[in-house]
Design a protein around this ligand. Structure first.
Ligand code: NCD
Ligand code: ZN
Length: 355
């Protein structure tokens, strides 16, 4: 295949840890990793320290991103037990509202029905509402969203029963979209080869039958997100390892390897990494933003050659085919295949640029 020019990729699910845990990642290193991976817009999750549940925390994060982001970005608000009104007021500044219905890294978890109802009733109908929901919390959320007649986006779907339920819901006209991450399509719990600590991720890696069901329901999967969730090697190796994998620099090569082997088409990839996330999250059209990719370049994934600060990858040593050779962000050279050229501060908040 000859060199490819694709639109800038959008990752609707990253954790760049800034503010709160800059030793794991920050806006500088995380958006450098994004550009090296071909992403020109990233939407950042609210499970920071402090969590992004009010105006003060959002303002602090806006300032951090404005100072350090090298690519474009949006910031999610987190749904807490008592912030439905404040979240709705802040909606114009946010990429969306994230509902955590199951426990994961950080304190955000909506465990009561009243807060779930309050957020579904109050968050503006035309603004993205997305959720971490696993197993039985998926039908719970879908029902409440249906009652309030609103669309929801389900993050990191990983299991057969979940994707089958979403397929049935979509066939019945339920307004639901979903994303899947590379680690849930390329790794299983039994065969990942990752040691204790390093295997930890939420949702957990699943069985081969789950992976097969996800591949079989590709038409139901709207987005390929990374859930880039960096934690350092020392933390993953420690006594209570936090869950999460880095993913920004390995996602596109893994999907392109699947294109090479005939499992996906390039159109499948572009739809799920650009057109669909742009539509679902209401992002600006950027005709002067694109990436150049050498689809035949074979290379080996090495954490010590990566931009992310976390220092490891679940795909260490994997040989992949396809590499980003250049990124152009709003007309300016942002990455040349080896070096990130966009400076900290070059990134724009997608909510500020479209108002
Ligand atoms: C994420 C993190 O570390 O912030 N961890 C993870 O295992 N995916 C949180 C999340 O998205 O659940
Ligand atoms: Zn996440």
């Amino acid at each position: 295949m000859s060199l490819l020019r694709l639109p800038g990729l959008v990752d609707p699910h990253v954790h760049l840890r800034d503010p709160g845990a800059r030793h794991k990642e920050d806006w500088d290193s995380g958006t450098a990793a994004a550009l090296a991976g071909g992403f020109t817009t990233v939407l950042d999750m609210p499970n920071n320290t402090p969590p992004i549940v009010d105006e003060a925390a959002l303002a602090q994060k806006e300032a951090a991103a404005r100072a350090r982001a090298r690519c474009d970005y949006g910031l999610y608000l987190g749904a807490g037990p008592n912030n439905a009104g404040e979240a709705a007021r802040l909606a114009p500044r946010a990429a969306g509202l994230k509902l955590y219905l199951d426990a994961t890294f950080g304190p955000l978890c909506l465990s009561d029905l009243d807060s779930l109802r309050a957020h579904c009733a109050t968050w503006p109908a035309d603004r993205p509402l997305l959720a971490h929901a696993e197993g039985r919390t998926i039908p719970a959320l879908l029902f409440v969203a249906e009652v309030y007649d609103r669309a929801v986006h389900l993050c990191h779907i990983s299991r057969r029963d979940e994707i089958e339920l979403i397929a049935t819901a979509k066939a019945r006209g339920v307004k639901v979209t979903c994303e899947v991450c590379p680690h849930h399509l390329f790794l299983t719990l039994d065969s990942s080869g990752l040691g204790p600590g390093f295997v930890e991720v939420r949702p957990r890696l699943a069985a081969q039958s789950d992976v097969d069901a996800l591949w079989a329901h590709l038409d139901i999967i709207d987005c390929f997100a990374t859930d880039h969730a960096p934690h350092t090697r020392a933390e993953k190796d420690g006594a209570s390892p936090p869950p999460g994998y880095p993913g920004l620099e390995t996602a596109l090569p893994l999907w392109l390897a699947a294109v090479s082997s005939g499992r996906l088409t390039l159109d499948d990839v572009v739809a799920r990494m650009h057109a669909n996330p742009r539509r679902i999250f209401g992002l600006p059209n950027q005709p002067d933003t694109w990436i150049d990719v050498d689809p035949d370049l074979v290379w080996t994934i090495r954490a010590d050659e990566a931009q992310t600060r976390c220092g490891w990858t679940p795909f260490e040593g994997w040989t992949v085919r396809g590499k980003v050779t250049a990124v152009t962000l709003r007309g300016a050279a942002a990455y040349d295949g080896e070096r990130v050229l966009a400076a900290p501060g070059a990134g724009q908040n997608v909510r500020e640029s479209i108002g």
